[in-house]
Design a protein. Sequence first.
Length: 217
Amino acid sequence: MTIRGFVFDAYGTLFDVHSVVEAGRPLTDDPVALSVLWRQKQLEYTWLRSLMGRYEDFWSVTEAALRYSVKRLGLRADEAALRRLMDAYLTLACFPDVPKALARLAGRPRAILSNGAPRMLAAAVASSGLVAALEHVISVDRVKVYKPAPAVYALGPATLGVPADELMFVSSNAWDVAGAKAAGYRVAWCNRAGAPEEELGVRADWVVSNLAELPTE
C-alpha cells in the first residue's frame, strides 16, 4: 500500500531531548544523569496523569519532572536556574539527519504528532528551522490525554485526511511505536540506540538507524 503521508514523533525523534545537558552543567558535575532522570520522570508523569484523568499540558509536566529530578539528585537550584533549564526545551537541537530526511519526503503531508504543548512545539520547530518542512504540528493538547492513548493517534488521520494504514508513523520511542501500530498506522522505528524491541505484542513495519533510511513507498 502506498504511503500517503508521514507523521513524526517530536521529542527523541526529531528533537534531541538530551541537548539540555549543556543547560544543566552549572547545576551539577553529572548533567547527563540529570537529563536522563528528567526525561524518565517526564514520561512517567504523562502516563500517570493519563491514567488518573488529571491532564496538565506538557510544559507543566516537564517542569514538575524537573523539580522532582533536582530534589532526587540532591541539587541546589533557584527559580532562575530552573527557568534556564525549562527554556532549553524551547530550543532543543534537532538531530543532524532531520532536515534532509524531511526534505526528501516533500510532496506528501509531513506532520508532527507530539505530547508537546503547542507553544513548546512551535518554538522547537522554529528554532530548528523546520517550519517549511512540516505541513502540520499536532499536539495532544487537543484531546487532553497523552500517548499512547488511542485518542492521540486518531488525531493524525483526522488532521491529514488520510487513513491510518496509509500513513507512516515514525518514532524513536519503542513504546510510541507500539501505540501507533496498535492504532493502525504503518510504523517505522528509528532505533538510533540499537535497543531491543519492547515486549508489547506488536512490531514495527520498518526499523531504521536514522531518518535518512526511511522508505518512501
